[in-house]
Design a protein. Structure first.
Lengths: 190, 190
DNA sequence: GTCTATAATAAGATAGAC
DNA sequence: GTCTATCTTATTATAGAC
């Protein structure tokens, strides 16, 4: 990726996060890059292409991150803890991109939309399998696998909504709180 | 509220939910109502006025709902359970409005934005006070009150993202799952 | 690879007739 | 209370010079 292409991407992430995809114009982006709006089209075919490339890259990195974090163990509880922490960390470290990836899917063409939704489904399935396995092995209480997976994922994802990098708690501290909260919730339904 | 004013509101909720506020035009709304776009302005001063009135009404109803549900008990755990169920039920019953209320704040003028954010803060404070009180009384484990309150609220709120009214589980079943999950998470950090 | 210029279209909102 | 007509402005995107 060329220098200007990366700049356009990064400026777009800032603006899409702050104002939203539809409220951000190509002019806004060009302004932020210090170039003319026509120049954007040398690097990206369209505004939608720019959005898609951000979302696709983010989802791929997110999935890679999860796979790496699971490789270290084969114990269900430890894997769930690792998965939760990986998910939280990624969402807080790359707050703006993940926020966009969760809120701007409606800006995509239907083919691109399908691709991102599929990537997300595959990612979710990892968590669903862990909940299922934990339930069967008696490590977690029996429960509705899908609802619980959505609960866990959206819980951590939501962190990206309010997280402030210079705030009171570090990313690892927040990840630890979520980890404890979720494992307790999974182990027994009160 | 006149019949047409209510129709405009309801059509807008549908469209803002499906396409987003910025992606929805006054023409789209007028189309959905079977009137001309100029006629919208007889009922609402601007597109932003329409958004604000939806968000304000939704937040007020949400707060009323919570207050009613808390009146029945003065036991911390029971109150938290009631609060969680109230929150979940409202978000699933009025899925589209609450989704908009959580995703379209950027469409508001800064004065209107301030008003909605303040309403939300007051709402959150009820949950924070319950977590605090539960911690002091030893009903819940000690924990970070703010992080936990965000966790609980966004967890339930997120339900509005994926919930399908004709899906496998009823609203009360989902509320019960969340209730159990959250109380377990609050009682002990694993 | 970036520029100026412009096309083509759609937006939010208003004026004034009925 | 709704209409037609219109204003003003902004939008995405393209053409073609440099």
């Amino acid at each position: 990726m060329s220098h200007m292409k990366a700049t356009i991407r990064s400026v777009s992430v800032e603006l899409f996060f702050k104002k939203g995809y539809f409220a951000t114009s190509i002019s806004d982006i060009a302004n932020g890059c210090g170039i003319q709006k026509a120049s954007i089209y040398h690097h990206y075919a369209s505004k939608e292409d720019l959005l898609f490339s951000i979302l696709k890259g983010t989802m791929d990195d997110l999935t890679d991150c999860l796979k790496t974090s699971l490789a270290g163990s084969d114990d269900v509880e430890q894997q769930m803890r690792a998965a939760v922490r990986s998910h939280v960390r990624f969402h807080l470290e790359r707050q703006k991109e993940t926020f966009i990836a969760n809120s701007e899917l409606r800006g995509l063409t239907s083919e691109h939309h399908k691709i991102i939704v599929q990537k997300r489904s595959e990612y979710e399935r990892v968590f669903q399998n862990l909940i299922q396995e934990g339930g069967e092995k008696g490590v977690f209480a029996e429960g509705d696998v899908k609802i619980l997976s959505y609960a866990i994922l959206t819980l951590c994802t939501a962190g990206a909504t309010w997280f402030k990098p210079d705030g009171r708690l570090s990313i690892d501290e927040i990840a630890a709180i979520y980890d404890g909260f979720i494992i307790s919730g999974l182990k027994q339904s009160a």
